[in-house]
Design a protein around this ligand. Structure first.
Ligand SMILES: *[C@@H]1O[C@H](CO)[C@@H](O)[C@H](O)[C@H]1NC(C)=O
Ligand SMILES: *[C@@H]1O[C@H](CO)[C@@H](O)[C@H](O)[C@H]1NC(C)=O
Ligand SMILES: *[C@@H]1O[C@H](CO)[C@@H](O)[C@H](O)[C@H]1NC(C)=O
Ligand SMILES: *[C@@H]1O[C@H](CO)[C@@H](O)[C@H](O)[C@H]1NC(C)=O
Ligand SMILES: *[C@@H]1O[C@H](CO)[C@@H](O)[C@H](O)[C@H]1NC(C)=O
Ligand SMILES: *[C@@H]1O[C@H](CO)[C@@H](O)[C@H](O)[C@H]1NC(C)=O
Ligand SMILES: *[C@@H]1O[C@H](CO)[C@@H](O)[C@H](O)[C@H]1NC(C)=O
Ligand SMILES: *[C@@H]1O[C@H](CO)[C@@H](O)[C@H](O)[C@H]1NC(C)=O
Ligand SMILES: *[C@@H]1O[C@H](CO)[C@@H](O)[C@H](O)[C@H]1NC(C)=O
Ligand SMILES: *[C@@H]1O[C@H](CO)[C@@H](O)[C@H](O)[C@H]1NC(C)=O
Ligand SMILES: *[C@@H]1O[C@H](CO)[C@@H](O)[C@H](O)[C@H]1NC(C)=O
Ligand SMILES: *[C@@H]1O[C@H](CO)[C@@H](O)[C@H](O)[C@H]1NC(C)=O
Length: 293
């Protein structure tokens, strides 16, 4: 009996591995089980999560029965204590999709009575997609009031592919400039009172941690108005096409991996990078088998 069980589970493992290879960007929570109060308790979604590699930009799909189940994105504390008061977000309609747009930890629970405590909870880490390129903003000019106005940094960014995990290096003169991370509105209007973060020491090495548009300006005098502003799009992987024609240049300084305070991202989105996850999955299954005995 144990032998048959083992073989059955290994067959499932192999099937799951094949699925892992095929399904790159969408993760259906629990696969065929969906999002339920798991019969096996809280280890169920732990094992499932261990079978996946979550990369920034991936999509998480919760498939459940409307009314009987729901899903809330919560903080670590709320996850640990199964506290469903004031979740970060709550979805009550299936399929509930979440885009994993930043790297770091994610926590989800079912908020229906007793569901979380019975194991309807999911936690995992999202790691950066293949990014590992260092870009020197403005190349030799650095981060400076550009001679030709804002077209300078537009031209610099044009055709470059920025992915999560890449690093922008802003070289400027201490005390004469800074780098402000700003919203689109501030970027467009050059208002200064509303920055997300300001880096005052050169070089400012900023690792791109999320997908989507990122905007930078200088808060000094009229530097922004004079064109010292940068807007880029960050994609999850390197497959996005740059705007029109094939003017894509090889990225400058694309050598060393500089990632500021964050952990080094995994290597390119290749088989080896996903392999440890598969090994982990098999290990988890073997662990599960051991539990069944
Ligand atoms: C799963 O349940 C066990 C036993 O109830 C508990 O010790 C453990 O902390 C739980 N794990 C999670 C992730 O909630
Ligand atoms: C969601 O679950 C239902 C039934 O539980 C199933 O028929 C359907 O195929 C599932 N959808 C996905 C996308 O897994
Ligand atoms: C649950 O979370 C809410 C809001 O974050 C908090 O006010 C409340 O004290 C928490 N309840 C428990 C039992 O920790
Ligand atoms: C959620 O994801 C599923 C599976 O990829 C897809 O079929 C569905 O259209 C998505 N729903 C929304 C609202 O994006
Ligand atoms: C995420 O990764 C960190 C560092 O490796 C680890 O300490 C943490 O437990 C992980 N969190 C989850 C939910 O897996
Ligand atoms: C720029 O400011 C104008 C008015 O000051 C405002 O109408 C506009 O919405 C702002 N631009 C953006 C993108 O928010
Ligand atoms: C920043 O200043 C602009 C006008 O100069 C104003 O419309 C906007 O509300 C201000 N934002 C904040 C966060 O104070
Ligand atoms: C700029 O200032 C920071 C600390 O304020 C210092 O570490 C850095 O070396 C300075 N850069 C230059 C080029 O002087
Ligand atoms: C920032 O990047 C530059 C250029 O790659 C590198 O020389 C420098 O050591 C980095 N500084 C920090 C603080 O990471
Ligand atoms: C980012 O991409 C979107 C969609 O392709 C586009 O509308 C937007 O203008 C781009 N933003 C920047 C800063 O390139
Ligand atoms: C990532 O790559 C896949 C194909 O491998 C592509 O379909 C998807 O659009 C890419 N995502 C982004 C955000 O570039
Ligand atoms: C980053 O790129 C360099 C050179 O292309 C490579 O040697 C290194 O292994 C890469 N590091 C990661 C974490 O991908």
């Amino acid at each position: 009996m144990a032998r048959e069980l083992r073989l059955a589970i290994l067959a499932i493992a192999v099937a799951a591995l094949l699925q892992l290879t095929a399904a790159q960007n969408t993760h259906t929570v629990g696969d065929d089980l969906g999002w339920v109060v798991p019969p096996g308790g809280n280890i169920t979604y732990e094992i499932w999560a261990a079978s996946q590699i979550f990369l920034a930009g991936d999509i998480l799909v919760f498939n459940f029965s409307d009314g009987d189940q729901d899903v809330a994105k919560v903080t670590k504390e709320a996850f640990n204590t199964c506290n469903s008061t004031n979740p970060i977000s709550l979805k009550t309609k299936s399929p509930a999709n979440f885009t994993l747009d930043t790297i770091g930890e994610y926590y989800f629970i079912g908020t229906k009575d007793g569901h979380c405590k019975s194991g309807q909870k999911l936690a995992f880490n999202v790691t950066s997609a293949p990014g590992n390129t260092t870009y020197i903003v403005g190349d030799d000019l650095g981060w400076y009031i550009p001679p030709g106005g804002e077209v300078y940094y537009k031209t610099w960014a044009y055709g470059k592919i920025f992915t999560v995990g890449d690093t922008l290096v802003f070289n400027f003169v201490n005390g004469s400039d800074d780098v402000a991370v700003v919203t689109k509105s501030v970027y467009e209007n050059c208002t200064k009172n509303d920055t997300i973060a300001v880096y005052k020491a050169t070089p400012a090495n900023i690792t791109l941690k999320s997908t989507g548009e990122h905007f930078f300006t200088s808060t000094y005098n009229k530097h922004c108005e004079w064109g010292q502003k940068l807007a880029i799009n960050v994609t999850a992987n390197g497959t996005a096409t740059p705007p029109s024609s094939g003017s894509a240049k090889p990225p400058p300084g694309s050598s060393s991996s500089i990632n500021g305070p964050t952990a080094a991202p995994p290597p390119q989105n290749s088989a080896p990078s996903r392999f440890p996850g598969r090994g982990y999955f098999v290990t988890s299954l073997l662990f599960a088998i051991a539990l069944f005995h």
